[in-house]
Design a protein around this ligand. Structure first.
Ligand SMILES: Nc1ncnc2c1ncn2[C@@H]1O[C@H](COP(=O)(O)OP(=O)(O)OP(=O)(O)O)[C@@H](O)[C@H]1O
Ligand SMILES: [Mg+2]
Length: 334
């Protein structure tokens, strides 16, 4: 059986849903205060938003910018941008102009003919015209990973200049190693009061936070729910299946919802088990195990960037998972 258009749209709404659980609310509150400070004007501070892959940085940024940018026809209060693919000072400015909607396409006739100074002044004008109050640069690790220290510094300096001249704070978001920007004392001073990290979920350290997220996710499920996600055994199995990564958790739920909508059945332990089977064929299925046997692993250390040198290539060390924990071990850590 296939999905009707109405059901496809329900699944899409679930995929796009965003849960305001405590860590997210904290970052949003600080983003709001940064935004308000830009409305007041004057000297502006900035913000660092770190988090390993799948912790929800992009989703959070999207939520915040959509909230602020909606119903604005002429202005763009939040400029959401990213590090350009070609890492030069000019391309950084050009990327911002492009994301502001000033350059329609890369084949624009001005592309290679405008001087750097002219580009910068166009950007500052455009930020004023669009009434932009905050610039968010996602995937900032791409700049940190860039090997040429001098170019990296030049781009960092350009962003500082734009922030200062336009009176607009900048949010730098990306993988955990974007905190290397703090080695630059001028950035360290601007980022001193606003550093946030989105962490993977932890059953042993922050069980309430996990439970809060499950409750919110359940509210977004677009079909009947027979077994609540917060039922102890289900919540353990969901954690075992996702190792505390929201991206995996959501993928598993999305597949289960799809199966339920196709078969017109409510979401149950069985549909979660079937979803797991579809996504991870051949793996031990936590939804088919008694709770004492469910194997829980959490992310113990986030991934790291290892800078290269003359004898080693730069590399990314993947996140490290803890040893398998049993229910008794987890409960003893609470
Ligand atoms: N608070 C949340 N509520 C609901 N869904 C979320 C939440 N946070 C993240 N997600 C979902 O988890 C998935 C991964 O999130 P996202 O893409 O924001 O991660 P990321 O930190 O940007 O990862 P990457 O570093 O790989 O870009 C997305 O499908 C997103 O919708
Ligand atoms: Mg992202």
């Amino acid at each position: 059986m296939s999905l009707t258009d109405a059901n496809k749209s329900k699944i899409r709404t679930f995929k796009d849903s965003f849960c305001l659980y405590t860590p997210v609310r904290e970052v949003l509150a600080d983003l709001e205060s940064l935004y308000q400070s830009a409305e007041i004007g004057g000297d502006q501070l900035s913000m660092l938003l770190c988090g390993d892959t799948g912790t929800g940085k992009s989703a959070l940024i999207r939520y915040f910018s959509e909230t602020k940018n909606q119903n604005q026809s002429e202005s763009l209060p939040i400029l959401l941008s990213r590090v350009p693919s070609k890492l030069t000072v000019e391309d950084t400015t050009r990327q911002l102009l492009c994301d502001l909607g000033v350059f329609g396409s890369s084949s624009h006739r001005y592309k290679n003919t405008q001087s750097d100074a002219h580009l910068t002044s166009r950007l500052l004008d455009a930020l004023r015209v669009k009434n932009t109050k905050l610039i968010i640069i996602n995937e900032f690790q791409e700049l940190i990973e860039f090997k040429g220290a001098r170019d990296r510094q030049a781009i960092g300096n350009r962003l500082k200049l734009i922030s200062e001249e336009a009176g607009v704070p900048i949010v730098l978001a990306g993988m955990p190693w974007i905190d290397e920007i703090l080695n630059d004392s001028q950035w360290a001073s601007r980022l001193a009061t606003r550093r946030h990290t989105l962490n993977y979920l932890s059953l042993s350290k922050r069980p309430k936070e996990y439970n809060e997220l499950l409750k919110l996710l359940e509210q977004s499920i677009p079909c009947e729910v027979e077994n609540s996600l917060t039922e102890f055994e289900i919540s353990l199995s969901l954690f075992a299946a996702s190792c505390g990564e929201i991206r995996q958790l959501k993928a598993l739920l999305t597949e289960a919802i799809k199966l339920c909508l196709i078969s017109s059945k409510p979401l149950s332990k069985q549909s979660l088990s079937d979803s797991f089977k579809n996504l991870y064929p051949g793996n031990e299925n936590p939804f088919d195990l008694p709770k004492e046997k469910i194997k829980i692993r959490e992310v113990e250390m986030h991934s790291q960037y290892i800078r290269g040198d003359s004898s080693h290539r730069a590399s990314i060390e993947p996140r490290r998972l803890s040893e398998v924990m049993t229910l008794t071990q987890i409960l003893s850590k609470k």
